[in-house]
Design a protein around this ligand. Structure first.
Ligand SMILES: [Zn+2]
Length: 177
């Protein structure tokens, strides 16, 4: 089996992302990223790095993350985010991809993550307007790990982050096999 190098990007800089139910997008993404990294590092054929620039502005964070991914020789980038909405009933995870290669990776993650964070009619969505997908060289996906504005999603994020990380890491590992 070939060796894979995975970048786990933590979406946004500190306090610049979504928030709700006492949770902040950067903090949630950072916690999930640490667990995902541990799980990937326990897989012999995978090396994982976290890409994070918490002290920059949101715009600078995005530019720095794209530069780090493109300079690092990665085989894939998984950018971790959380949604929020004006209504507490919006809930569920979904994964966004652009390329066909990203779609294959996204499918593996989405089908596992939506088991724990259900609610979206479509858990895998193609978009062409996201810089982290458009400007990075390797296959890239953006994972929306539920709605912070949903009490149900926030409860799962708060109490069972390892389950969510296992779903994300399991999807990445399955994609490499
Ligand atoms: Zn985000």
């Amino acid at each position: 089996m070939r060796y894979y190098k995975i970048a786990i990007d933590i979406g946004h800089a500190r306090t610049t992302g979504a928030s709700g139910n006492g949770l902040q997008e950067h903090e949630v993404s950072a916690k999930l990223a640490r667990y995902v990294k541990q799980m990937l590092q326990a897989t012999p054929h995978i090396h994982a790095d976290i890409v994070d620039f918490p002290e920059l502005s949101n715009k600078q964070d995005l530019a720095a993350a794209i530069a780090a991914v493109n300079a690092g020789g990665y085989d894939a980038v998984v950018s971790l985010h959380c949604d929020c909405a004006g209504t507490p009933s919006a809930r569920g995870a979904h994964v966004i991809y652009k390329s066909a290669a990203g779609q294959a990776l996204g499918l593996e993650i989405a089908e596992r993550l939506a088991v724990h964070l259900p609610g979206r009619a479509r858990t895998l969505v193609q978009r062409h307007d996201l810089a982290i997908l458009n400007q990075t060289r390797p296959p890239a996906v953006l994972v929306e790990c539920g709605f912070l504005s949903s009490p149900e999603d926030a409860e799962i994020i708060r109490t069972r982050p390892i389950l969510l990380a296992r779903a994300i890491a399991g999807g990445i590992i399955a994609w490499t096999e």
